[in-house]
Design a protein around this ligand. Structure first.
Ligand SMILES: [Fe+2]
Length: 307
């Protein structure tokens, strides 16, 4: 199971695509109808889809998995009683699978047979997405829900977050204890620490500074630099992140509790070299809510009888 892409809808999608290619550092993949597809250097056909829309919202966050894993998911999603539907992806790369709505409206799509493309060598692009984080009214409940219904595993709990993995990467998603449901941020995996720093430099060329970072987190130990994307409505959003070097964890990793993840005074990351724009980040994190644009349908779960 791997995180592949996020599909957003927003006003002025073409301007957003221009920022992500010309300044953030992605490559254009395709424009199909009113959707701009942007890719990284890795083998996924796109990482971010931007669909023109009057309002900003998250259409889906997409994972790719094996056919066996998809059948497991169909069973566990069906048993958990979550709203879901079979899907055939109309997005770049195609594929088919299911889309699921979690308790607070988060829309996760799981695909098999999605196409891949030749990696791009020698360009300073993000490689892939490394995590997509959501704000939750009840992050603890959602952590339990994704373990039961999706077979994900909680890696760590902190005062602010429930970190969740779907493979050996410490987290591919997380749920922030925010008190409301929305997209918290999208993190791009950079090739190494230098690539993160060069990214910060590219944005500095355009008078943009990190809303938090550079720094190194506790859980996952990944390097981060968070920016408020300039393309969202109002003062911008969503929050986007250059990241690298998230920890790999073993299957029997013992989930830490909030009391295991405390900081010394004046520290909220390992380096302590930057301030955090709490208010700016919070406003940008509220811009993209979840919106379901599909009807619930049976998942055709394979049973012993019809297998
Ligand atoms: Fe992050």
């Amino acid at each position: 199971m791997k995180l592949r892409s996020i599909e957003l809808a927003l006003p002025h999608a073409a301007e957003a695509a221009a920022f992500l290619t010309d300044i953030w550092g992605m490559a254009p993949a395709a424009v199909e109808g009113n959707i701009h597809y942007l890719r990284g250097s890795g083998s996924y056909p796109y990482l971010v889809a931007l669909e023109e829309s009057a309002d900003p919202y998250v259409r889906s966050t997409t994972f790719v998995c094996t056919a066996d894993r998809l059948e497991q998911l169909k069973r566990s999603v069906h048993e958990a009683g979550l709203p879901a539907a079979p899907v055939v992806s109309g997005d770049l790369g195609g594929g088919h699978g299911i889309i699921v709505e979690l308790a607070e409206g988060e829309l996760l799509r799981f695909l098999v047979d999605a196409g891949e493309v030749a990696p791009i060598e020698g360009a300073d692009l993000p490689v892939k997405l490394t995590h997509v984080v959501f704000n939750s009214a009840d992050a603890e409940a959602t952590g339990h829900l994704v373990e039961d219904a999706l077979g994900f595993r909680v890696s760590d709990r902190t005062k602010g977050m429930v970190f969740v993995r779907c493979n050996d990467s410490h987290h591919s998603t997380a749920f922030a204890r925010a008190g409301f449901a929305s997209l918290n941020h999208i993190a791009f995996e950079m090739a190494d620490l230098d690539a993160v720093m060069r990214g910060i430099g590219r944005l500095r060329d355009h008078e943009m500074v990190p809303a938090w970072g550079p720094g190194r987190h506790g859980p996952g130990a990944n390097v981060f630099a968070y920016f408020i994307a300039p393309f969202g409505p109002g003062n911008g959003g969503p929050v986007i992140e250059f990241s690298t070097a998230v920890e790999k964890v073993p299957e029997d990793y013992q989930a830490g509790a909030p009391e295991d993840w405390t900081w010394p005074e004046k520290r909220i990351d390992q380096w302590g070299m930057s301030d955090k724009d709490f208010a700016g980040l919070r406003a940008a994190e509220e811009k993209f809510r979840h919106r379901r644009d599909w009807q619930v349908q049976p998942l055709n779960v394979l049973t012993e009888e019809n297998h």
